[in-house]
Design a protein. Sequence first.
Length: 298
Amino acid sequence: MASVPDPSELAGHGVRVPARRHGTLRRALSWIAEHSFVAIGGRWLYRSRHLAAGRFVERFETVLVPGLDPALEGLTIAQLSDLHAGAFLGPGDLSAVVAAVARRCPDMVVITGDMIAHHWEESLTVLDDLAQLQSPLGTYAVFGNHDYRGRNEGRIAEAYAERGIRFLRNECVRFEMGNGVLALVGLEDLEEAKDVDLDKARGPVQVGDVEIVLCHNPRGASAIAGAGCTAILSGHTHGTQVDLPVLRRLGPQHPGLRLDLGTTTLIVSRGLGVVAVPMRVGVPAEVVYLQLKGCSPL
Ligand SMILES: [Fe+2]
Ligand SMILES: [Fe+2]
């Protein structure tokens, strides 16, 4: 696994982070690699090695919440991330993942961005699979940096909304349960969105709510964390995807799978899909389950 840098490496970034710019040579190499792997059955290879039953990881994370209302005790959120539908992930490839999530009976499902690899239509190829994810509180999603390509993210949101999956775009949904409230906040992507507005997204959140923030890029976590924010769910890093010296540096900085930022817990998913090459080395695809557990008030 990748080393886990000190959490202070996340500090100093505002909620917005500069977009990574890829040079022409790197883009060309990525294009050549992707098309070469497609020609030799890269999608089949990836599905059989990383998305078949028993090939991906189900990671369970418990987050302690002081004074949690009994109605929220044990509430479980299943997190999928970084699908990157496209050359290496398409219709039916998530069937084992969907079946695994269904067996866990989560209270809610969230998808933390990077639905596509290149084109917005790719998101439609996995919609039949994702629409099967049923839970009492529903399925919610945010966009990742890839999803803004061509500026068609609104079309993705519309298509998904028709199938019951709602994208939160600087928005919040509050779920009242017993005397407690779960506030689910979704941010636009910190690198590529035209408008990232944390204050607007948090507007409906009230003191005492259990606030969970969906934010594709974990680099904004230090700006989001703080009193009242229970957890941040991110993805983006693919856990480095290829965990080898030098190669791991080609991807986005991976801060670790779980970090405590004061009273806020940051969970970073290693995701399900890939970019450029249909392989993961030392980094499994995964579904994360976050479960709330009450503890004594501070
Ligand atoms: Fe990604
Ligand atoms: Fe990303």
